[in-house]
Design a protein around this ligand. Structure first.
Ligand SMILES: Nc1ncnc2c1ncn2[C@@H]1O[C@H](COP(=O)(O)OP(=O)(O)OP(=O)(O)O)[C@@H](O)[C@H]1O
Length: 633
């Protein structure tokens, strides 16, 4: 007996003791796996001349044995070797499994959530079965193996017999209890019902041997009182519709049908947030069925994530994830494109140069944008939930396209408004701008609470100007790539030359800076390389000093860049702004006027470090800072 890996065991425990009520999805999961296995063999036959198959024979079969209490799902797909049985069924194959091990958030989520997020696949068979055997023979091998387990401690793998390549998953069902009637699955109608509900659009036939009844022909010598006799016979029937759902008109398909198709084909346990069905005819004809998920898969923002839509040509799958069909900023969209205009032998290499494909990709992108705009305008709650999960991809889209995608995407962006205390679009921000506000202001930092208290944010708010509070690292890069919105500049509120002050205020500050030139120069020298200048602020109200930046790199960007391997050298141009109206300014001046350089240096250091702390930046020498404070006390 080989033992399950820890994370598999955790998941299996959940399955077996599950209070997750939707047990019946086990069949959908196994049929999906069977369909994937058939796909894999089919793909292999396209690229490998040694693999010869008859496409019309590819199929999945579901059968049951009431006496033995078993249900079997068989396929004639790629199959698995003994090693693969070990590798694939002994551990969780999902890319999310890493998080499952360590992520405290995952550990705390509810059972249904875990099942939902991982798409437990094969293991869901243990929700209904007390033991499962998997007999499989890999294509090209003449040996078969059997994986067998009760899902508790571990599993065994032993040699087995199988006539051809493919896999049988044989489940021995649990005994029915008062709460759960497992026997209901051991019937023709029970299984047919599940297949039609959950796997109707699987593109290979799902066959069942069914019992039918037919009248026995009337014997020639039958008398007047002959009563029609019937006999039972068995027949193999294809249970699923197989008509691709994307070929059907939207009006002929219910949302439930779309949801089930989405869940079964894209291995998600949650319905999609939006379904987009497109039927284009004319110069470029294609059908597309696109889904905006409700929540992101765990690996969405990781390197492992593969974007793309399934690509079909006249119902034949060409590739599972055609990346060329989706721009990066819509990488979260799942779906299918089917076009008879595409040639069947299109390969990965020729894809990029295929103009039809590019044209379809453009149309698909526009459809997605239009649907998101519709959601934004008509269903704000849904849209905000969408944006929380996928907004990052849109922002990256603007940043990585150097602003080329601004027109298309800027309207979809949302940020947290410091005034309204909720998410707003840029258009809503502009609409609410008071007269005299020249630019769209934003501030970047670690948390909303911290940002809300920043001196420059407060200064802008005091003028009646709203500030967009940004906590994602991509935000500032996105704003810089965007540059403008609705013909208004977008500016970091901590930038030194913002137009926050009136002309008089500016003139007064300039004058004050001039009058104190000697002191400021001294202070700058004392701070060495740290700041480029010291000035009188036009906007500070309650704090004695604050740090702002001149030039393109903000403090927040500097923080981010310093964490990147090649961004170490990027430094912001820091400006120490002093509040001339603050009591501390008088103390500073007095020290300078008295020629007490020691005191001036102490105060300068303290003010600078204070300003750093307010911005959430590390101070260079915390020990020295602590000593300086002690000295003062
Ligand atoms: N019928 C089958 N034929 C061949 N290989 C299979 C079959 N069923 C499962 N496998 C293999 O076992 C692996 C694990 O299956 P499982 O259902 O647990 O996860 P998955 O299908 O990869 O993930 P998900 O269901 O979330 O998409 C599959 O990736 C596949 O390689």
């Amino acid at each position: 007996m080989r033992k399950f890996k820890t994370e598999s065991k955790k998941l299996l425990d959940l399955m077996i003791n599950s209070i997750y009520t939707n047990r019946e999805i086990f069949l959908r999961e196994l049929i999906s796996n069977a369909s994937d296995a058939v796909d894999k063999l089919y793909f292999k036959s396209l690229t490998d001349d040694a693999v010869v198959i008859d496409r019309s024979e590819l199929a999945i079969e579901v059968s049951f044995d009431k006496e033995a209490r078993t249900i079997t799902v068989s396929d004639n797909g790629i199959g698995m070797t003994a090693d693969e049985l070990e590798k694939f069924l002994g551990t969780i194959a999902h890319s999310g499994s890493e998080q499952f091990k360590g992520d405290p958030e995952v550990a705390a989520s509810t059972e249904a959530d875990i099942i939902g997020q991982f798409g437990v696949g094969f293991y869901s068979s243990f929700m209904v079965a007390k033991s499962v055997r998997v007999v499989s023979r890999a294509y090209g091998s003449d040996e078969a193996s059997c994986w067998s387990s009760n899902g508790i401690e571990g599993y065994t793998i032993s040699p087995a017999e199988r006539a051809t390549h493919g896999t049988d998953v044989i489940m021995t069902l649990k005994d029915s209890t008062e709460e759960e009637d497992y026997d209901a699955y051991l019937s023709e109608w029970g299984l047919k019902d599940l297949i039609r509900r959950y796997s109707n659009y699987v593109r290979y036939p799902i066959k069942m041997t069914v019992t039918k009844r037919r009248p026995i022909p009337k014997p020639e010598d039958a008398g007047e009182d002959y009563v029609q006799q019937y006999e039972d016979y068995t027949d193999v029937e294809t249970v699923n519709s197989m008509v691709p759902i994307w070929k059907r008109r939207k009006s002929d398909v219910t949302q439930e049908d779309y949801d089930e198709f989405y869940k079964s084909d894209f291995h998600d346990f949650t319905e999609p947030a939006r379904t987009i069905s497109v039927h284009a005819e004319g110069a470029l004809s294609y059908d597309a069925l696109l889904f905006v998920p409700k929540r992101p898969p765990f690996d969405l923002y990781s390197r492992d994530y593969e974007k793309g839509l399934a690509l079909y040509s006249s119902n034949v799958l060409i590739m599972n994830k055609c990346a060329e069909l989706l721009p990066d900023h819509y990488m979260f969209v799942r779906g299918v494109v089917d076009s008879s205009d595409l040639t069947l032998n299109i390969s990965r290499e020729t894809l990029q140069h295929n103009s039809q494909l590019r044209a379809i990709a453009n149309k698909v992108e526009k459809k997605i944008t239009a649907e998101l705009e519709k959601m934004r305008d008509n269903d704000r709650e849904d849209y905000e939930a969408f944006f929380e999960h996928f907004g990052r991809a849109l922002k990256f889209g603007i940043y990585t396209s150097y602003g080329a995608k601004s027109d298309e995407l800027s309207g979809l962006l949302m940020f947290y408004s410091a005034s309204k205390k909720c998410m707003v679009t840029l258009a809503e921000y502009v609409e609410a701008m008071p007269e005299g506000q020249g630019a769209i202001y934003y501030a970047c930092g670690e948390s909303l609470a911290h940002l809300d208290k920043l001196p420059m944010v407060k200064a802008a708010r005091a003028k009646g100007f709203d500030v967009l509070l940004c906590t994602e690292d991509v935000d500032e890069f996105c704003f810089q790539a965007l540059g403008r919105f609705d013909d208004r500049e977008i500016a970091n509120v901590a930038g030194a030359d913002l137009d926050l002050a009136t002309d008089e205020e500016k003139a007064a500050a300039e004058e004050a800076s001039k009058a104190n030139e000697g002191m400021f120069e001294k202070m700058r020298d004392m701070l060495g390389e740290s700041v480029s200048k010291v000035v009188v602020s036009t906007r500070l109200t309650d704090v004695p000093a604050a740090l702002t930046t001149a030039g393109p790199i903000s403090l927040e960007m500097e923080k981010l860049l310093s964490r990147m391997p090649d961004g170490q050298g990027a430094k912001s141009e820091r400006v120490l702004e002093l509040n001339a109206g603050h009591r501390v300014f008088g103390v500073l001046k007095a020290a300078h006027d008295a020629g007490d350089d020691k005191k001036l240096r102490l105060y300068t250091d303290l003010l600078y470090n204070q300003a750093l702390l307010i911005e959430g930046m590390p101070i260079e020498d915390p020990m020295a800072f602590a000593e300086q404070i002690s000295e003062l006390m």
